[in-house]
Write a protein that binds this ligand. Structure first.
Ligand SMILES: *Cc1c(COP(=O)(O)O)cnc(C)c1O
Length: 396
């Protein structure tokens, strides 16, 4: 059987992928099983900001996997300390807690915020509340989908974990009214990615920062997709000139070579966890640590944040100038752009399929938004090639 037939025959049906069977990849390019080449404008939801199979990150993976792969945290390993140092130096926080997937980092932050609320803020047992935002995406665990506003993510999966409340995204006054004595934390994506690359009004994060500081609640920035250069800054919250109390990273933290996520915060917060409170068998394993260190140094050494800022401007300018009866709005920051189509366009998926026929891989999000998020190693020539294809499809 062919790979697609095997997938259909044996795989669970929880995805509806475009019918491109990727066999290998390098940098911004991927090749299908017939040898056809595509420019990857999804970058595995920003897991491959450094480009596919970056040689330095592959080298770190191979080298470490020959030495020792997993030790569990029952013992120390020779790679973890340097990973902690690098991630703390890059983010400016004092401590780091490693997990594997993004959803696990979010779950970790939820536990952290609750324990902090009970032991530091003095919230009565069982009353801690976490505020999040409508249209959020923080992952797929039962607790996390319990506070999603997307009906499909919830339907059929209850009962859900209590203690969450949703606020309108971008509305600082609603947050001001909601943060109170029982609020452990406000959990926010600086820009909503899965929600359709929704950029909040300028100063929104700064106002959240102010409210959280005034009322002694933690501000948790979920930078799993927005972080590590995607928006033209190392972290998207820098656009608002603020520092969250807790930050979550994942996806590009390992450049796509291995699942690595992390929660960073200062000691006075992260030290509410004591031995036994939380953990993960694979979290902090030597391969993940070595791979993540390489992935972070590639971002810095190759100037990928600057490239994202510069080429993001080029792309936004050109897409905004494009005259298309289909396009309602073009928005984004850095190389993270959402092209929202009018309702009358009948959904973004057919346009993603047309782009794929022309050699460009994009994925719709929320039915009517085409998400453009190539690896940050993309060059100007490749970018213009991609923009030509998009313009062709949307102005035909
Ligand atoms: C992808 C994502 C997650 C979940 O990450 P997984 O590795 O898929 O569990 C959480 N938050 C945000 C903002 C994301 O984009």
């Amino acid at each position: 059987m062919k790979p697609t037939e095997l997938e259909e025959r044996y795989g669970a049906r929880n995805y509806a992928p475009l019918d491109i069977v990727i066999e290998r990849a390098e940098g911004v390019w991927v090749w299908d099983t017939s040898g056809r080449r595509y420019l990857d404008c999804l970058a595995a939801y920003s897991a491959v900001n450094q480009g596919h199979c970056h040689p330095r990150i592959v080298e770190a993976l191979v080298k470490q996997s020959r030495k020792v792969a997993v030790t569990s945290r029952a013992f120390r390993n020779a790679e973890l300390g340097a990973f902690f140092r690098d991630v703390c130096e890059l983010t400016g926080f004092e401590r780091a807690l490693p997990m594997n997937t993004g959803a696990e980092a979010v779950e970790t932050a939820i536990k952290l915020a609750r324990k902090w609320a009970y032991t530091r803020k003095g919230v009565a047992p069982g009353n801690a509340e976490i505020l999040a935002f409508a249209n959020n995406f923080h992952g797929r665990t039962t607790t996390i989908v319990g506070f999603s506003s997307e009906p499909q993510y919830r339907d059929g999966f209850g009962p859900f974990t209590p203690g969450f409340e949703l606020l309108p995204f971008g509305d600082a006054s609603a947050a001001r009214a909601a943060v109170g004595p029982n609020t452990a934390a406000v959990l926010v994506e600086p820009i909503q990615g899965e929600g359709g690359i929704v950029v909040p009004p300028d100063g929104f994060l700064a106002q959240l920062r102010e409210v959280c500081s005034e009322r002694n609640a933690l501000l948790i920035a979920d930078e799993i997709q927005s972080g590590l250069g995607r928006t033209g800054r190392m972290f998207a919250h820098e656009h608002d000139g603020i520092r969250p109390d807790v930050m979550l990273l994942g996806k590009a933290l390992s450049g796509g070579l291995y699942p690595v996520s992390v929660v960073v915060a200062d000691a006075e917060i992260l030290d509410v966890f004591r031995p036994g409170d939380h953990g993960s068998t694979y979290g902090g394993n030597p391969i993940g640590a070595a791979v993540a260190r390489a992935a972070l140094s590639v971002l810095q050494d190759e100037g990928l944040v600057e490239n994202s800022a510069r080429l993001g401007e080029v792309a936004l300018r050109r897409l905004r100038r494009m005259r298309s009866p289909l396009v309602r709005e073009v928005r984004g920051r850095g190389l993270w752009i959402g092209i929202e189509l009018h309702e009358s366009a009948g959904g973004a998926r057919p346009y993603c399929e047309q782009l794929a026929e022309r050699g460009l891989l994009c994925k719709e999000t929320h039915d009517h938004v085409i998400r453009f998020a190539p690896p940050l190693v993309i060059g100007e020539k490749e970018l213009n090639w991609a923009l030509d294809r998009i313009e062709e499809v949307l102005t035909a």
